[in-house]
Design a protein. Structure first.
Length: 207
């Protein structure tokens, strides 16, 4: 199967899909045949991305959705609205660049809420949905940044959030799998790290 068609009939979810890296991810997934749910806190931005996506391959259909990744209720509403995606990309993220001495507390909190908590909430909700429906497999990919490993001036909140995001999605060296279980059932599903420990800040979990 060629790269141009390998995602035909697959549903994909991209948070932060309204702009930047998220928009580019949506475009790439659509070009490979996927149906894309473009999720963003801005409805206008999500729609702008969606209308520009390729949709001429078999069975393709895209949709725009509003989500605040820092809100568990908003994330749950999004994930229950769609079928569990074959691929989920956490690309939502913000930064508030200030020196530590004059950084506002609410700015720091917002960056942590969106980048770290948002990544956790989306990953958890999608993984739970995949397990609950008995999906044979799925991929959850999180976009980070090199600043999670290399310090820069005036980026304390962003660096703190991203370094934590990288840790959240990277199992310890001695572990080969994450176990994700549905507490209401006995069944379990293995989620394994894709082995990518490069400095590009991109980590994946295959469920």
């Amino acid at each position: 199967m060629t790269a141009a068609t390998r995602l035909i009939s697959r549903l994909t979810l991209v948070t932060g899909g309204g702009s930047g890296i998220g928009r580019a991810v949506c475009q790439r997934l659509a070009s490979e045949g996927a149906s894309v749910v473009v999720a963003d806190i801005s409805e206008e931005s999500a729609n702008e991305t969606m209308v520009g996506l390729q949709n001429d391959l078999r069975g393709q259909g895209h949709m725009a959705a509003v989500v605040d990744v820092s809100s568990k209720e908003s994330v749950k509403k999004l994930v229950t609205r769609i079928q569990p995606p074959s691929v989920c990309v956490n690309a939502a993220g913000i930064t508030q660049d200030h020196f530590l001495l004059n950084m506002e507390e609410d700015h720091f909190d917002r960056v942590i809420q969106v980048n770290l908590k948002g990544s956790f909430l989306i990953t958890q909700a999608v993984a739970q949905a995949l397990v609950a429906c008995g999906a044979p497999k799925g991929s959850i990919i999180t976009v980070g940044s090199i600043v999670g490993k290399v310090r820069e001036l005036q980026r304390d909140s962003f660096e703190s959030s991203i370094s934590s995001v990288l840790r959240l999605h990277q199992p310890p060296p001695s572990a080969s799998v994450f176990l994700v279980s549905n507490d209401s059932e006995a069944e379990k599903n293995e989620c394994s790290d894709d082995g990518d420990d490069g400095d590009d800040g991109v980590h994946g979990i295959h469920c």
